[in-house]
Design a protein around this ligand. Sequence first.
Ligand code: ADP
Ligand code: MG
Length: 385
Amino acid sequence: MNIHEYQAKEILSSYGIPIPRGRVALTSDQVERAAKMMGGRCVVKAQIYAGGRGKAGGVKLIHYPEQAQEYGKELFGRNLVTSQTGPEGLKVRRILVEEAVEIAREFYLSITLDRESSRYVLIASAEGGMDIEEVAHKSPEKILTLIIDPLGGLRPYQARKIALELGLFGTVCEDCVELIMNLYRVCQEKDCSLVEINPLVVTKAGWLMAMDAKITFDDNAVYRHREYPDMMDYSQLDPLEINAGKYDLAYIKLTGSIGCLVNGAGLAMATLDVLKECGGEPANFLDVGGGATREKVAEAFRIILQDKDVKGIFVNIFGGIMRCDVIAHGIIEAAGEVHCTLPIVVRMDGSKVEEGKQLLSESGLNVQVGVNLGDAAARIVQMLG
Ligand code: ADP
Ligand code: MG
């Protein structure tokens, strides 16, 4: 689960990490008023669930309040497209107005989960800021990493080593040690899969400050934090994803043209692999889970049909706990409602498979049933040409 920069900064601040003074605005008038409060000169920052805003015109240094209002209007009026958003961009519904800080140096600092070691890893670089991806790509030796032992935790001497390697000394170095220790506490106590400060800056006045912040909460831990659901900004999510969430369906948007309805994550992975092997490109996959009801299958099918990229549908179900006739009823219900004419190829196996296949073939839908997984995948790919 993602949150906005201003929310992430509030959390960092509550752990003693210094952040710039700021205000969140919901209208361009509020942007202007906030700019006045900052004394005219300020930085206006679009709040979206994506980075790369600086390079895309979503972060701007402002010199007087009217300019802030004008820029606010412009941002609220369009989708912001950055290197991380995809071509459609994201709606700007909130703007952060911050004091303009005089920056001397920019660093990169984050803690995230390292899947290989199954541990938190601290990542830092003396070359932080908007080009960090390029630094990581071109000169990976400039990226410092430290895998954190979950039993011993992060030790101050380890944080100090990082701060020294970043080239900090004196009181700023000690401040950095404290900041790194606090960042680790945020990570653990807030159940984060990522906390990132890019850039962490040393100001011209010699203070350490988080100039940007990104926090991702572990979805599996959201239930432990009552305040998290209210922090969500639904305007930033794909409406289909929101719907899927309501019905407890796992929906993942991909870039191709074949909509995939499957049961079980393992089968979903196998389905994508086989489709790709046949030369097909999945538009999404929707996992209805183990014991789905007819209603749930129908909702899943509706979601797939609403995805405009879908030109054909591939259903791959193994009826174990779930019966194939239940799936067939769900598909027929949802497809019938919207008079779906898209080609559908079904691969089914398991309990009540004959009943399921018969229901589908008598349904009047544009549906074919594959002999096995390979055959079914090849058919849908062929039908979409
Ligand atoms: P993004 O990572 O999405 O590009 P950032 O919040 O990192 O957005 O902002 C981009 C750049 O703008 C930062 O690297 C920093 O140099 C500058 N910046 C951001 N906030 C401020 C601020 N309050 N004062 C001065 N400069 C800022
Ligand atoms: Mg940034």
